[in-house]
Design a protein around this ligand. Structure first.
Ligand code: NAP
Length: 258
């Protein structure tokens, strides 16, 4: 008999720590679970009281075609949810709401040749899912991924991002990807040190990735720190880029992380 619960009971398959406060985890995925790359899931873990559940939104980092779900998280100091989540281990139960959410998807855009994905911290997650979507590679001439973190150790998934060119499935498209790393609190060779907003305002980012932002060609996604999202949005709307709304495709799609 089909369960009528609004969530399914899943199992943690793997937990991968990146730093003391940054980790990824995989869960099983219900066969009926559907999402569009860029969307988020709502995840539940047991709370203090019996039967109590705590729910949080998490962008899905895994591909729509993967059999599992993958998530990327920080441990928020003192945060009830993430401190519990950080204690998860293989085999633990976890709940996943049946419905997926959010509008950080390429469906929000009309046309466009270049897709710019600007992420801070764990805001990288939805872009990993989008980058595993073959339709993205086929649809755009160029994909620009900017990953901004505080320290080098937080450059999670760098190997995966660099690995597209050696991947059996993605190698034929991989030349389309331009990847820029920003490490703001440490000097790292080959990485920028300035904030993404400064790099955008000065034109240094465009110069470095070898692509101009352009109203006709560029579609831009922002995800992560709410101040970064707001500051970037202000900067870009000042240049004529418009936010996508329901039924009204624009140039920008954004997701705040907290
Ligand atoms: P973060 O402060 O978001 O920094 C990540 C990157 O974004 C850094 O390179 C940072 O540069 C840059 N950045 C921050 N504000 C910016 C702005 N206005 N414009 C442009 N770039 C900006 O750090 P995080 O490590 O990802 O997260 C920090 C804390 O946020 C966590 O420890 C946690 O407490 C909280 N957080 C909460 C949640 C939640 O769900 N509640 C989720 C994620 C994070 P700078 O080094 O120059 O600041």
């Amino acid at each position: 008999m089909q369960s009528t619960d609004r969530y399914t009971r899943e199992t943690v398959m793997e937990v991968r720590p990146w730093t003391d406060s940054l980790f990824s985890f995989r869960t099983t995925r219900d066969r009926g679970y559907r999402f569009v790359p860029g969307q988020f899931a709502r995840i539940g873990v047991a709370g203090e009281a019996p039967e109590e559940k705590i729910w949080r939104a998490y962008s899905i980092a895994s591909a729509a075609h993967d059999e599992h779900l993958e998530f990327f998280s920080v441990v928020v100091p003192g945060g009830a949810f993430t401190t519990r989540l950080a204690r998860l281990k293989e085999g633990d139960p976890i709940l996943v709401e049946r419905k997926s959410y959010g509008f950080l998807t390429t469906e929000r855009f009309a046309q466009g040749r270049d897709l710019w994905m600007l992420a801070t911290g764990t805001g990288l997650a939805p872009f990993l899912s989008i980058l595993h979507d073959f339709a993205t590679w086929e649809q755009y001439d160029n994909l620009v991924l900017v990953q901004s973190v505080r320290t080098q150790a937080e450059l999670a998934y760098e190997d995966l991002i660099r690995g597209f060119e050696n991947s059996e499935y993605y190698a034929e498209y991989a030349h389309k990807l331009r990847y820029a790393r920003i490490v703001t609190r440490e000097a790292v060779p080959g990485a920028f040190r300035d904030r993404v907003t400064k790099l955008l305002a000065s034109g240094v980012l465009e110069e470095n990735v070898g692509l101009r932002l352009d109203l006709e060609r560029s579609r831009i996604m922002l995800c992560g720190n709410p101040e970064m999202v707001e500051d970037s949005r202000t900067l870009l709307t000042g240049r004529g880029y418009t936010a996508s709304r329901r039924g009204e495709p624009g140039h920008l799609a954004v997701e705040n992380y907290w």
